[in-house]
Every structure is written in structure tokens, then in C-alpha cells.
Design a protein around this ligand. Structure first.
Ligand SMILES: C[S@@+](CC[C@H](N)C(=O)[O-])C[C@H]1O[C@@H](n2cnc3c(N)ncnc32)[C@H](O)[C@@H]1O
Length: 274
């Protein structure tokens, strides 16, 4: 049996009763460690908090393991109970759908335990969840790689008056260029995109378009560490949010579409005062 268990967004206390029971029944516990981050991080201290709560040791499943060695996890799940822990909800990231499909094709029973996701937690700012268009991902630009496919999606969302959730890049376990050349992998330190960098890139991309989908004066909402005790939510123009220090990761950004008066009333509680 493969259990895919959402941990929610805050800390170890956010697992559901059902999730906790499932973890406790498993012989092997993996923790997915690259599409998100719990508020206490995944250092040895954060992990040991989880291990203490579950009374089990946890194996970190990094990008390489999930993408290249998923077969090994699935083979274990064929013969025993295996838990695969995911920050947020299991279906808040596309990777985990792939795991479910592979497991089902191998005839392995899969059980999903849902939890809160960034995809619904953004509702806290008052923008109605059913007034969103396509979600976009904003990758870190490099000197030679500046993919901007997110722009057209934002454009079409805004044309229809819909809000856009921008998920921001997470780079963990990226091999350094030198190590690739040498054939022995060493890794860059982890990087998490800030709202400030996202806005800088958004404003760079929009300059290349005649009829801009947004400007520096477009209303947005920035979210940091949603679901944790020190979550930060600020509403303001792109220009205003660029000046805000949102602190530690994770961050995401919403570009507003047309707003309803009730949405405006809620946004007032988070309005940037500078
Ligand atoms: C691929 S999504 C994974 C979402 C996760 N599985 C879930 O269901 O919430 C990861 C992105 O969501 C955003 N994100 C996730 N958790 C967040 C949080 N607690 N606060 C703000 N943004 C968050 C970040 O932009 C991050 O790069």
C-alpha cells in the first residue's frame, strides 16, 4: 500500500488524525523534499521533530530520488505499507500525480490523505478562489535562460478579469556547472524565489509587449509562509510590494483581476501603508 499524505502548510502539528494513523501503520516513511518546504525547514532539527511525533525514522526523498528512483519506492509499496509525505496537499504539485499513475499501473493500492494547500490557503486575502484563472510558475532567470511562458497565461487571465496565482521557483539540489563538467556532482545551495525577484522578472518581461498585461501599478497580493504562525500577507501595487521585505521562504504572489466590492473590503485589511 502506498499512502500519499499531505502535511499541510504550517508545522508538524498540521498533519490530520487520519494522516498520523496512516504514518504510524507504515514500515517505511519518505518525505518529499523539493516541491515545498515546511515552516521549520528540513534540517536535521526539523526532521527529528517529525520523527519524534511519528515514532519512525524518515528518509528524505529529493528530486533525484522521486524522479529517477521512484521505482524503488513503488517496489517497497508492493510488499509493505509505505508513506510518502508531501507538504501541503498531495495534488498541490504535478509530480505526485505521476507517482499515483505509476503505482496504479503496477497494481499497487494507493490511499491519499488530503490537507490544506497553498492553492486554497491564498483564500485568506479575500480574493474569491473561483475568480482565479490559470496558475503560473515563475522560474529563476539566468543570463542565457529567460523562459516567459507565464506572461501569456497572465495576459489571458487578466483579459477575462481573473486573478492569477504565481508560484515561485524553488531550486534545491541543483548540480553546479563545474561538478557536471567534472562528472562528480556537487550541489548549489538551495534557492527560493522571493516576491521581490518575481516582480522584477514580471516587470522585465512586460516591457517586451506592446499592450501590457499589467504595469507597476497593478494590484497584487504577496504571501509568505502561509499557514505558519508568522505568515505575512501584504496587498499593494507591484511597485509597493517590491519594497516589502517578506522574510524567509516560501513566497507566492497573486496578480488581481477585476475585484468585487467584498474582495476589496477584505484586501483593505492587508493594504500596504507606505
Ligand atoms: C509546487 S507548489 C507546491 C504546493 C504544495 N504541495 C501545496 O499543496 O501547497 C510550491 C510553491 O507554492 C508556493 N508555496 C507553497 N507553500 C507556501 C506557503 N506556505 N506560503 C507561500 N507560498 C507557498 C511557493 O511559491 C512554492 O514555490
Amino acid at each position: 500500500m502506498l499512502y500519499i499524505i499531505g502535511l499541510g502548510l504550517g508545522d508538524e502539528r498540521d498533519i490530520t488524525m487520519r494522516g498520523l494513523e496512516a504514518v504510524k501503520s507504515c514500515e517505511k516513511v519518505y518525505m518529499e523534499a523539493y516541491t515545498s518546504l515546511l515552516s521549520f525547514g528540513l534540517d536535521s532539527h526539523g526532521l527529528s521533530n517529525l520523527e519524534k511525533l511519528y515514532g519512525k525514522s524518515i528518509t528524505l526523498a529529493d528530486r533525484e530520488m522521486v524522479e529517477e528512483k521512484a521505482h524503488h519506492i513503488l517496489e517497497e509499496a508492493r510488499h509493505s505499507h509505505v508513506a510518502f509525505l508531501v507538504v501541503g496537499d498531495p495534488f498541490g504539485a504535478t509530480t505526485h500525480t505521476d507517482l499515483v499513475v505509476r503505482a496504479k499501473k503496477m497494481g499497487i493500492h494507493v490511499q491519499i490523505v488530503h490537507n490544506a494547500s497553498v492553492l486554497n490557503a491564498i483564500g485568506i486575502c479575500g480574493l474569491q478562489l473561483y475568480r482565479y484563472g490559470q496558475t503560473v510558475s515563475i522560474p529563476f532567470f539566468t543570463d542565457s535562460w529567460r523562459p516567459d511562458s507565464f506572461y501569456e497565461k497572465i495576459h489571458s487571465n487578466r483579459t477575462m478579469g481573473l486573478h492569477t496565482l504565481c508560484l515561485l521557483d524553488i531550486r534545491v539540489k541543483e548540480p553546479t556547472l563545474e561538478s557536471l563538467a567534472r562528472g562528480r556532482k556537487t550541489y548549489e545551495p538551495p534557492r527560493y524565489m522571493t516576491i521581490n525577484t518575481a516582480i522584477e522578472q514580471l516587470l522585465e518581461v512586460v516591457q517586451e509587449h506592446q499592450q501590457p498585461a499589467y504595469t507597476e501599478d497593478t494590484q497584487c497580493v504577496g504571501f509568505a509562509r502561509l499557514g505558519s504562525d508568522d505568515q505575512t500577507i501584504v496587498a499593494g501595487t507591484m511597485r509597493q510590494l517590491q519594497m516589502v521585505d517578506f522574510g524567509a521562504p516560501l513566497h507566492c504572489l497573486v496578480i488581481t483581476g477585476n475585484t468585487h466590492p467584498l474582495e476589496e473590503e477584505m484586501l483593505e485589511f492587508y493594504r500596504c501603508r507606505t
